[in-house]
Design a protein around this ligand. Structure first.
Ligand code: GDG
Length: 452
């Protein structure tokens, strides 16, 4: 067996205790454990000179971490502008937020070529390469152009819209052609696979997409939640609620997560069901993400305003309807909060999967589990269909779902939760990686690259 080479834009620093919020790092950390593997990507640091950077290499607990620095203009064009300002909104069905520029597209291609040039000297002939996410669509082709013939798989963590939307990206056909260099393309749901295969088909390309829904490590998360629920922080949170029910939201501060719509849904609950006033508290944890992209700054201002307005209108001198935190919270404490929460309110407008939904289920106490209110548009919804599913655009539907969740009897909570828990245990981070890599091993090989 050759090594497993994971490539992603950001490589989490193995020596840092606090890991950044974000689903990709969480899923992959579990995948690289055990076996011989290398994780390659951007260090998060700024390069000084203009020449190709030297990778820095660090081996921790059997995993080799090889990272390169990027210059400020590479980071801006490749990561901030093209990946997060163009591809992210487009793939989340938000074409109107896409800020297209040819120059950024060029930088995106150049950085992918740079990743390929610096990775190739580190490769061995029987390595298996697994590339992750939209930052690196063209990497497989760039590696093939440099003569790499081993298996290369790709996994896309975000949703895939139909071709009628994808085609709004100038040059979308070129990206699809580049994707043909991968032997297998994994996406989160059947809908995503159908959409991507449709894009391949209408462009006369081979259908290579298959659904591999990502999971978590439920045993580890449950243990963290049990420890976290006994922490001083959980005790303080509990005491501060003074008997009120806890509704919890946890998301990176991102416009795909439906936060303003969610706040309005919660407002509709306390407006239309006055019996919950003073009896419920909504805690939203939303660590700031991509704060240097304009749309994210706009969203933050909007949420600041909404929170202030709703609290101003409904608070009592001894009750605050919404508690809103934009700093990250340590993972084990957060897990404890999940366990304490009576309801998790997870209402993205679009989401590749949404690991928070799975973590919430894993964290529950089987004797008195909480209720998951989940958007139809999360990739997790087809698997977690025993949740109370909502259309996140309808504030009144969110309010009704919250009321249903807050008043649900123990028997129904247990019945729903045990089915959800079985789903969360069925596809874990480990089984996801194994299933993908097995399928990659068996996939028909991508056709050889035509001579340049
Ligand atoms: C992308 C796709 C897909 C959140 N706040 C804090 C914190 N988190 C952790 C959560 C969870 C992770 O970050 C978020 O994962 P999600 O899956 O919910 O969302 P994205 O970051 O958008 O991830 C997504 C995922 O990739 C995997 O394929 O599911 O659809 O968008 O683990 O717990 N962690 C800590 N403090 C926080 O305040 N420590």
């Amino acid at each position: 067996m050759g090594r497993l080479i994971i490539v992603s834009n950001r490589v989490p620093s193995p020596r840092e205790r606090t890991q950044p919020a974000g689903g990709l790092a969480v899923g992959l950390r579990d995948a690289v454990r055990g076996g011989s593997s290398m994780w390659f990507g951007w260090s998060g640091n700024q390069a000084e000179g203009d020449g190709d950077p030297e990778p820095s290499i660090d081996t921790v607990e059997g995993v080799t971490y090889a990272t390169i620095d990027l210059t400020e203009s590479q980071h801006e064009g490749f990561y901030q502008n093209f990946s997060n300002g163009i591809l992210w909104p487009l793939f989340h069905y938000r074409v109107g937020l896409m800020n297209y520029s040819r120059r950024d597209w060029q930088t995106y291609l150049e950085v992918n070529a740079l990743f390929a040039r610096t990775l190739v000297p580190l490769l061995k002939p029987d390595d298996v390469i697994w590339v992750h996410d939209y930052h690196l669509f063209p990497l497989g082709q760039a590696l093939r152009d440099l003569g790499v013939t081993t298996r290369i798989g790709f996994f896309l963590h975000i949703p895939v819209p139909p071709w009628s939307l994808v085609r709004s990206l100038p040059g979308a056909e070129l990206l699809l052609e580049d994707l043909q260099a991968y032997d297998l393309i994994g996406v989160q749901t059947d809908e995503d696979a159908d959409n991507l295969n449709q894009s391949f088909r209408v462009n006369g390309l081979t259908e290579r997409a298959r659904a591999f829904p990502i999971g978590i490590d439920p045993h580890e998360f449950r243990a963290q939640a049990e420890t976290g629920a006994d922490s001083g922080e959980a005790e303080r949170l509990h005491a501060s609620l003074r008997g009120a029910a806890l509704v919890l939201g946890v998301d990176r501060l991102d416009y795909s997560k439906g936060l303003p719509e969610r706040f309005r849904g919660y407002e509709a609950l306390i407006a239309r069901y006055p019996e919950h006033r003073g009896k419920v508290t909504f805690l939203q944890v939303a660590p700031v993400s991509r704060g240097d992209v304009e749309e994210y700054r706009v969203l933050r201002r909007q949420l600041d305003e909404l929170t202030g307005r709703i609290n101003g209108a409904y608070a009592e001198f001894d009750w605050t309807p919404i508690r809103y935190i934009t700093r990250p919270i340590a993972r084990d404490i957060l897990a404890g909060f999940y366990r304490m929460a009576d309801v998790a309110l997870i209402t993205p407008l679009r989401d590749g999967m949404n690991l928070v939904a799975k973590e919430y289920i894993a964290a529950q106490d089987a004797e008195s589990p909480g209720v998951l209110v989940l958007s139809h548009f999360a990739g997790a919804a087809p698997e977690l269909d025993e949740a109370v599913l909502v259309n996140p655009y309808d504030a009144d539907e969110i309010a009704d779902a919250l009321h249903q969740a807050l008043t649900m009897g123990l028997d129904e909570r247990k019945a729903r939760w045990s089915k959800l828990d079985a789903e969360v245990r069925r596809t874990t981070a480990g089984s996801w990686a194994r299933d993908f890599l097995l399928a990659l091993d068996e996939a028909p090989r991508a056709p050889p690259t035509p001579a340049a």
